[in-house]
Design a protein around this ligand. Structure first.
Ligand SMILES: Cc1ncc(COP(=O)(O)O)c(C=O)c1O
Length: 386
């Protein structure tokens, strides 16, 4: 099996980074569940010495995701947060980072509660306004950390414009592409230097593994990330690497269905009298619908909407039957959550208000079930709201 230069996205997802196992011909890369490798003689080995440093299952996944995102190399970590932590080690004390203001709560916690201790400084801006990014960049700014669409209010950043502004000032651009997945959005095509994923979400897609990955384009970043992956050791284990590799093979067809189902449910919710507002980039009412059409393929599997009060939100969350009340997103099954008390509980209440995470906001990660079943479930739960 040889992948040609011209191979298209779905073909890349299935084949990139993997060769039939050299010892047996197994078409699927085995789970190399080993901690070390026997060396033939002193200084003579097959390229594998110790499994924190190299593991063939992990390497296959890293090659696969690097190709899927259109980067040069990828590095897999024990979680999305570990991947973010590794990226931040590219910085030095005194450096300043400009960050999308309603980024994932765990990202905010890492930056504010951990990395400030090491004299890194962060400014949070509404990155949907490119001029706000430009204004926040100062002499010490070394990185622009973007999340688009944002979690959970699905605001978009114009990636091409943001990368342009940052690069003119020698600022590295890192994009957390977890929410969109590389099927829906490929930040490197718009100029991003680094792409981060929680592979826990759409890349794995089956809600049975926690992991993270960093895709890099620049040789200096690649050299450092390879070093830090080994030096800090927050690697993805072989079983999880195998699970994610299984997941990426079906990424395109899963994403097509996630996108289709989410569009249908967003339209249904927008027309429902109990729903006060729907945030979904695919709706013409979304303030950045035109940008979504330009930089995304489909509009993603996440919808957020408001119901007028916390009581109404609670009623809905307590009465859905098929859609499971749970944190996380991107799996084949639909999940519903309450960002203010679940994913974003670590963000202070006043900040939550500022960035639109109100108490009546509900988020759905739309799965790939039959959309009629999902709609009926929402319909019966919404009917419980008085
Ligand atoms: C956008 C985003 N980035 C990063 C993370 C962190 O990933 P993990 O939970 O795999 O550490 C999450 C988790 O929900 C997320 O939603």
């Amino acid at each position: 099996m040889k992948l040609r230069e011209t191979a298209r996205f779905s073909t890349i997802c299935i084949h990139a980074g993997q060769i039939p196992d050299p010892s047996t011909g197994a078409i699927i890369t085995p789970i190399y569940q080993t901690s070390t490798y026997v060396q033939e003689a002193l200084g003579k080995h097959k390229g594998y010495e110790y499994a924190r440093t190299q593991n063939p299952t992990r390497s296959a996944l890293e090659g696969n995701i690097a190709a899927i995102e259109g980067g040069k190399e990828a590095f897999a970590f024990a979680s999305g947060m570990a991947a973010e932590g590794a990226v931040m080690t590219l910085l030095e004390s005194g450096d300043h980072v400009v960050v999308t203001d309603n980024t994932y709560g765990g990202t905010y916690r890492l930056f504010e509660r951990v990395l400030r201790k090491y004299q890194l400084d962060f400014t949070y801006v509404d990155s949907s306004r490119t001029e706000a990014i430009a204004a926040a960049i100062g002499p010490k700014t070394k990185m622009l950390f973007l999340e688009t669409p944002t979690n959970p209010t699905l605001r978009l950043t114009d990636l091409a414009a943001a990368c342009d502004v940052a690069h003119k000032r020698n600022v590295v651009v890192a994009v957390d592409n977890t929410f969109a997945s590389p099927y829906t959005q490929r930040p490197i095509e718009f100029g991003a230097d680094l792409v981060i994923h929680s592979t826990t979400k759409f890349l794995n897609g089956h809600s049975d593994s926690v992991g993270g990955v960093v895709v890099a384009t620049r040789d200096d970043h690649i050299e450092w990330l390879r070093f830090i992956q080994n030096a800090e050791g927050a690697i993805l284990g072989p079983m999880d690497a195998w699970l994610v590799l299984r997941g990426t093979k079906t990424l395109p067809i899963r994403m097509e269905r996630h996108n289709e189902n989410a569009m249908r449910l967003a339209e249904f919710l927008a027309a429902h009298p109990k729903v006060t507002q729907v945030h979904y980039p695919g709706l013409p009412s979304h303030p950045q619908h035109a940008l979504a059409k330009k930089q995304m393929r489909g509009f993603g599997g996440l919808i957020a909407f408001t119901l007028g009060s916390l009581d109404n939100a609670r009623t809905l969350l307590n009465h859905v039957q098929l859609i499971a009340l749970a944190e996380s997103l991107g799996g084949v099954e639909s999940l519903i959550s309450h960002p203010a008390t679940m994913t974003h509980a670590s963000v202070p209440a006043d900040r939550r208000q500022q960035i639109g995470i109100t108490d009546d906001l509900v988020r759905i990660s739309v799965g790939i079930e039959d959309v009629d079943d999902l709609q009926e479930d929402l319909q019966q739960a919404l009917a419980r709201i008085s």
